[in-house]
Design a protein around this ligand. Structure first.
Ligand code: AKG
Length: 276
């Protein structure tokens, strides 16, 4: 099982040709000198990484330790099988609804659709981790969309955890799904942030050490999610197929969905990346 998870975790390194290009260009060749500071996870790094996003995370729960009696109020976008997950959820998985306006959504779609329309949806994937998808990466955007992308980056990342130039655009057709996986620790840092276009969907996080512990996250159309630290490393994530797309027992219709995703590269010294 550990091997399976590890393999799934490397889907970006082995299967996505565009992302592979990205890895070669940006992660292997460019040293990212600003990231070379040796900082241990859990110390200054965490504080720096969280500096921007903490303004959005529910402050009253930050730094609050959960002992047996503490039952926190969960954010409305999340549901969980156990309050054991609550600390991760509250500190490390954030959704900001209506992060972009309808006009901004149209602008993003107008820029990505013409390219996407030339690609076919893929149903074969080397590790079966994703079905019914087409994808690309963009490093340049028109002026209006550059502002949106910069807002995403400013919200989710700071200078220590700077995002890569390449933005991953993933188009999942109505019948498509993303199966449980963890993004490669070799190529992706501690934060993954994405805007959902065209459709609502449910993202499920499942604890790698205990499959009974899961968190369902409602990703509304035009929302931004920020997954970091424990949510990114200790849980797999998936986008549920429309047939299984339930949030708090209500069906959430997942139509075609396009996500615009930014990631940072591994931070040298971050202990989660020591083995990579
Ligand atoms: O579509 C999303 O927002 C999530 C994408 C994802 O899980 C991935 O590309 O690894």
């Amino acid at each position: 099982m550990a091997y399976f998870l590890k393999e799934l975790g490397h889907r970006f390194s082995s299967s996505c040709k565009i992302t592979r290009l990205h890895q070669h260009k940006n992660f292997r060749c460019c040293p990212f000198p600003q990231l070379q500071t040796k900082v241990a996870r859990g110390s200054q790094l965490c504080h720096n990484v969280m500096a921007n996003t903490n303004q959005f995370f529910p402050k009253s729960y930050n730094n609050q330790s959960l002992n047996g009696s503490a039952v926190p109020t969960l954010p409305s976008y999340a549901d969980t099988s156990s309050h054991i997950c609550a600390e991760t959820l509250i500190n490390d998985m954030l959704v900001i609804n209506d992060f972009i306006s309808e006009t901004e959504e149209k602008l993003l779609l107008e820029e990505v659709e013409p390219y996407m329309a030339r690609l076919r949806y893929e149903y074969t994937h080397w590790d079966d981790a994703i079905l019914g998808y087409r994808e690309t990466e963009r490093s340049t955007w028109n002026a209006a969309n550059t502002k949106i992308i910069n807002r995403l980056k400013d919200t989710a990342f700071d200078n220590v955890s700077s995002p890569t130039n390449y933005v991953h655009v993933l188009d999942l057709e109505e019948n498509g799904e993303i199966k449980p996986h963890k993004d490669s620790i070799r190529y992706c840092g501690n934060t993954i942030a994405g805007i959902s276009l065209l459709s609502d969907s449910v993202m499920r996080l499942v604890a790698i050490d205990n499959k009974e512990l899961f968190i369902d996250v409602l990703l509304k159309q035009r929302s931004l999610y920020i997954m970091r630290q424990s949510a990114r490393y200790d849980y797999t994530h998936e986008i549920l197929h429309n047939d299984k797309s339930y949030f708090k027992e209500k069906h959430v219709k997942k139509g075609r969905r396009i996500s615009v995703i930014c990631r940072n590269s591994p931070v040298v010294g971050d202990e989660r990346h020591k083995d990579s």
